[in-house]
Design a protein around this ligand. Structure first.
Ligand code: CTP
Ligand code: MG
Length: 215
């Protein structure tokens, strides 16, 4: 269960990034929809979907992926594996583990730029999911910031996973499918626990004055 949250950390981070980067660059508010309005009179995506958010999400996603790869050589059973995100220079998985992919990674440490790019694609896709959801939200006449359960909570999970699949050639062959599919608990955790965590984290963000609404 913890492993699922760990693997998916770049997408979680990316989904939170817009709120933080909004504090750092309050003036950079160019919306992705360029202010355009649909035939229904509502904004295409809304003022809450900015380029700033996408840039922040991709950068943070990439950085978190690198972070995961860097601590991978010190695995915690059931959470971290010796070759998570592909970088395992002196991995303890070396002698003990007979894992073929682990062994391969050991012989050829994975290039950090590829790991960063993987996390960036994952983060970017997480926010594409967020924007796609906003598109449908606007078509339903819901204003920016209005709650829409469970889509507000799961938009970035579906697209973050899609991002992992799209970007999987950037990591050692087989890692993405192994990480996501070897144990059904991983996907189940992402879909069941994420909405709960999302609600908790947003409530916290609201208390801290980072978010305008508590959901
Ligand atoms: N945000 C951003 N760029 C994005 C996504 C989010 O700048 N691509 C910022 C906005 O300031 C936004 C806040 O993060 O108000 C919270 O994001 P979110 O809840 O996803 O947006 P909402 O404003 O609630 O809009 P929607 O109803 O479309 O979800
Ligand atoms: Mg919202």
């Amino acid at each position: 269960m913890l492993r699922a949250l760990w693997i998916f950390l770049p997408a979680y981070a990316a989904n939170m990034a817009p709120v933080f980067i909004a504090k750092i660059f309050p003036g950079w508010t160019a919306p992705v929809d360029g202010g355009r309005v649909g035939k229904d009179g509502h904004r295409l995506l809304g003022a809450g979907k900015t380029w700033r958010g996408f840039v922040g999400g991709a950068l943070l996603g990439g950085m978190v992926a690198l972070g995961i790869a860097l601590v991978a050589p010190w695995p915690i059973p059931g959470v971290l594996e010796g070759w998570d995100y592909g970088y395992a220079p002196d991995a303890p998985c070396s002698d003990a583990s007979g894992d073929r992919i682990c062994q391969t990674v050991l012989v050829h440490p994975h290039p950090p730029p590829l790991i960063f790019l993987f996390g960036a694609v994952m983060g970017f896709m997480a926010l594409v999911g967020d924007a796609v959801k906003s598109y449908f939200k606007r078509r339903m006449g819901k204003e920016s910031g209005a709650p829409w359960f469970p889509f507000d909570q799961l938009d970035f999970v579906v697209f973050g996973l899609l991002g992992m699949l799209i970007a999987s050639p950037l990591l050692p062959a087989g890692w993405v499918l192994h990480a996501l599919l070897d144990d059904w608990v991983v996907l189940a955790t992402l879909f069941v626990l994420t909405p709960l965590l999302h609600l908790l984290v947003n409530r916290l963000g609201y208390w801290l004055g980072l978010k305008k609404v508590p959901w």
